[in-house]
Design a protein around this ligand. Sequence first.
Ligand SMILES: [Ca+2]
Ligand SMILES: [Ca+2]
Ligand SMILES: [Ca+2]
Length: 271
Amino acid sequence: MKKHLLIFSATLSLAALASAQCFVNPANVLPYNIGSKTYGVVKEAKTWSAARACAVQFMGKLAIVESQLEQDSIFAILNRSGIVTSSITAPDGGGAAYVWLGGNDRGTEGTWVWDSYAGGTGQFWQGARTGTVVGGLYNNWGNEPGNFNNQDALGFASTAWPFGTAGQWNDVDENNNLFFIVEYPGTVGLNEVMRNKAITLSPNPTQDELSLNCDNCGNRDEAYQIFDIQGRLMQEGVLNTDKVVDVRKLETGSYFIQFVSSGLSLKFQKD
Ligand SMILES: [Ca+2]
Ligand SMILES: [Ca+2]
Ligand SMILES: [Ca+2]
């Protein structure tokens, strides 16, 4: 069996993409289901445009971060992915480690747009670090973008750099070879039990107990794990028929509860 597989090559019909075929070992693509979304952390270092070609070939897009929830979700999965930071540092990004998002100002300097954004122009920022939000869209710059030596692609930092902290964004040279995050249109890979269920947690925030609410979830036991925002496993157990988790031992903060059989993760706040 070939070590490297050309994934979804049959879907490629554009000659323009043929020169940018994506070869990724499937073992290096880690899927995560967060809320209603699925993400893939791709642990193979590529330039921004090569990463974009891979995302398209995987039937997704480079991640577009539209909310604090999505920001926190991606930060959490990075911390859980075993990212080897030394292999994805950007020298022009203060030597920090980054993964690619879909943001870029490759078209017009200072006009920051989301690649593959659905609806609107996709522009989320205008200008340099003193610039302005466009369209009310979310951003999480770490005192950037600086356009140092013409930086046109958006890196999500997994470590700190002189101007920003881990989790913040920095514009870096698109020719850096970095890991990347693929975002899918909805959840993929969830098992049948969880796929079509609207699941919520209550109360959220909570001080003591967390109840899982879903219709027709069934009464089987469900193993769960709770991770903090740094990706550390803080608690695990089995959800019984009452679907209540005691979280009294957790310190105040944001957490994700993940259901082991489905990979589904939901964010909650401990007060
Ligand atoms: Ca998104
Ligand atoms: Ca730029
Ligand atoms: Ca920069």
